[in-house]
Design a protein around this ligand. Sequence first.
Ligand code: NAD
Ligand code: DAU
Length: 439
Amino acid sequence: METNKTTTIRPSCAKATAGRHLDPPAPRLRRAGTSTPRHLDTSTPRQLDPPSPRLWRAGTSTPRHLDTSTPRHLDNSTPRHLDTSTLLITGGSGFIGSNFIHYLFRLPHFTGKIINIDCLTYAGNPLNLTEIDEKYGGTRYFFEKVDITDHAALKTVFEKYEIDVIVHFAAESHVDRSIAGPAAFIRTNILGTFNLLELAREKWGSRRDVRFHHISTDEVYGSLNEAEVEAKFKEDTPYDPHSPYSASKASSDHLVRAYFHTYGLPVTLSNCSNNYGPWQFPEKLIPLMISNMLEEKALPVYGDGKNIRDWLYVDDHCSGIWAILEKGETGETYNIGGENEWTNIDLLNVLCEIVAEESSKAKDHYKKLITYVKDRAGHDRRYAIDCGKIKAELDWTQSVTFAEGLRRTVRWYLEHPEWIAAVKSGEYLRWIELNYDKR
Ligand code: NAD
Ligand code: DAU
């Protein structure tokens, strides 16, 4: 097996491609190779309850770390009603961004507008938002194909729209791609975030009835020891990023906090664990494995398969972001997680069984495709989020169990073969060849 090599293949903005509640996650870690975890069942998914409407409170709280005698941070601005705000969503055509836009339009009390800016890299897909565009395009939903690393182009968006809230998702997001080609990660994740912060500062001036919410990741905290089962990432865990991806995200987090402390820009941040759900690009573990199963291809498990991730259904991430926008305190960071730790191999075994069941195959049909391959360079062993703060302070909690979420996800991919076919473009095939063929 070969190690990864430097490549010219890199994400590019130039090329656009088109129940009921189950048992709570067991408080212990999954062991590789064990039988179906007990908190999985086949129950009917229950509907998510939309958050109740609340008044927008940005600007009403005093930033915790600031000297309260500093007047510019304490402007008494008129509270803005979040439900009628204009939100600028960056990276809205990607996995979480598009799910967030769907989530917003499902909220019965949200009557505001959404501006989606996305340069449509390989990971950005207009198909994710077809229904939204058909229903709200030109009235409440607007798309601008803009690269956030292009300051001038970005500025025109800030001049064109009155923006109350920025939710910043746009990023290069795949760890393996950051190992193969880190430059795009530095440009988009650091320079792109800097451009947005500068333009927000320029546009908003001393307004405090606004909000810049930055979406970040648990990967900035580094890796946990699998033996220390109780250890989890908290908001004050020191940063220790290990990949070019997580280092670039850490860098952007620091910039966002710097704009709060230095300029009083009303920011909030969230650091989330691994998401899964519909519209996730099939380079990430769960959709890659589902897609490979459907083509009867090898299921490549890195290393010993015992790395641990904390999985959260994407809608629960969305509700966490909304809770922060509604009730979060300016200047604060909130960790969001699934409290749902799985070794990769245990997860994959369960996924194989669900896909087999949903596609009328024998229970172990897909397990024979599991193939151990060379490990990811610098592979973080374990992530686990302590989300006690957002639960206690903002009354947020997960509402979709892993069993329910995995089944919904599998069904979504089975019901959308045209979406999978569309994203498996030439670029996708080149990436699969680069990352897996010589592994
Ligand atoms: P994704 O790769 O699916 O989507 C990223 C989107 O950003 C794409 O639509 C892409 O076209 C767009 N984009 C990339 N570069 C851009 C640029 N220069 N200008 C404009 N648009 C650009 O990513 P995702 O999984 O949806 O992640 C969204 C955010 O959430 C990222 O900031 C990521 O770090 C963070 N996050 C992701 C996860 C996860 O499990 N996926 C977990 C925690 C945090
Ligand atoms: O923790 C949050 C992060 O989760 C986000 O910030 C990232 O944007 C997102 O990509 C994700 O990062 P991971 O590296 O954890 O996700 P990925 O799906 O790439 O891999 C999950 C685990 O599965 C990891 O331990 C590597 C392993 N893996 C992944 C792939 C793609 C495999 O064993 N085989 C594979 O082919």
